[in-house]
Write a protein that binds this ligand. Structure first.
Ligand code: AMP
Ligand code: ZN
Length: 144
């Protein structure tokens, strides 16, 4: 836990999030500045700054869950594609220094961006979180 880390605060439930899925090692919630509707973040429960700091086990768990969330998003939203990526270090564009993976639904013809400066509408985020968490609970039943 790092006191000034927003993702640690979310994990500790000291800050709110639009939750999608949880395992022993990861929490998945919506990005509040979605690059597209359904943009998810898969976050380690322990605080690691980036890929250079995280343990191989944590990185592997995030990778595994990211794949499952990609299936969840594709299945629920019927998007054409799904982008999965993560950034390490300010020079690479990382803005929250707690290891995480982005899973971003993509549709043909849409402009591809990594970050958005436009916050999601709270009602839309809430509705999306409900859809994806319901889909994840059926598709990822038993994944701990
Ligand atoms: P990165 O730039 O790869 O570090 O990604 C950090 C992401 O976290 C950005 O896309 C932000 O929009 C997102 N973000 C920042 N604060 C929050 C928050 N409180 N809840 C959800 N997403 C957030
Ligand atoms: Zn943290």
């Amino acid at each position: 836990m790092s006191d000034d880390c927003i993702f640690c605060q979310i994990i500790e439930e000291k800050a709110s999030c639009y939750a999608v899925h949880e395992t022993r090692y990861t929490k998945t919630f919506l990005d509040i500045f979605p690059a597209s509707p359904g943009h998810c973040l898969i976050v380690t429960k322990d605080h690691y700054q980036d890929i250079f700091d995280a343990t191989p086990e944590a990185i592997s768990m995030v990778g595994h869950v990211s794949t499952l969330i990609a299936h969840t998003v594709k299945n629920e939203l019927q998007c054409d594609g799904v982008g999965i990526f993560q950034l390490n270090g300010a020079a690479a564009g990382q803005t929250v220094f707690h290891y995480h993976m982005h899973v971003i639904p993509r549709n043909a013809g849409e402009e591809i961006s990594i970050h958005s400066r436009v916050p999601g509408n709270p009602e839309d985020l809430q509705a999306m979180a409900e859809r994806l968490s319901h889909r994840a609970s059926t598709m990822l039943d038993g994944v701990e």
